[in-house]
Design a protein around this ligand. Structure first.
Ligand SMILES: [Zn+2]
Ligand SMILES: [Zn+2]
Length: 154
């Protein structure tokens, strides 16, 4: 399992392999020391039970999707279809636009889920079974505020 630990001070994402997670890591951006406690389930890629960074037990899952890639496909599709449109090949132009949208959908559907900590936004990727529920805005509001008070950001 891979952990993307989120620095509590500057929000930098720090990649860590759970199997060999040290007791603490140092943030490469701001120098903050971040204590880690990877549970046995995390180390063995069995489940995401407690967050290695903040110790919180609350997670949600979301698609491991980079919006920039999706946008690039649509922009390239639109650019190509504009060329055909210019030459009055409307049908081809629309087909290409539809194709680009379809590619986006297919890519999105095949993406794996990743698990995210509600409190500190650390991310977990691995082959463990996904048990967390989808994102809930109310839960996020409550837990983020609790965490930010704890680390003294508010
Ligand atoms: Zn930092
Ligand atoms: Zn956390």
């Amino acid at each position: 399992m891979h952990i993307l630990a989120r620095c509590p001070k500057c929000d930098a994402g720090l990649p860590v392999r759970a199997a060999e997670a040290p007791d603490a890591i140092k943030c490469g951006r701001c120098g903050q020391d971040i204590p880690l406690s990877a549970s046995p389930a995390l180390r063995e890629d069995r489940a995401v039970d407690t967050c290695a960074v903040c110790g919180g037990p609350d997670f949600y899952i979301r698609k491991d999707f980079d919006p920039k890639i999706g946008l690039a496909v649509v922009i390239v599709g639109a650019a190509i279809s504009a060329i055909f449109y210019w030459y009055e090949r409307d049908f081809i132009a629309y087909s290409i636009l539809a194709g680009a949208a379809l590619i986006d959908l297919v890519v999105y559907g095949r993406l794996k889920d990743l698990t995210v900590c509600y409190r500190c936004h650390s991310e977990y990727r691995g082959s463990y079974p996904r048990t967390a529920a989808a994102f809930d805005l109310h839960t996020a509001d409550v837990l983020e505020q609790e965490y930010e008070r704890k680390i003294g950001r508010r």
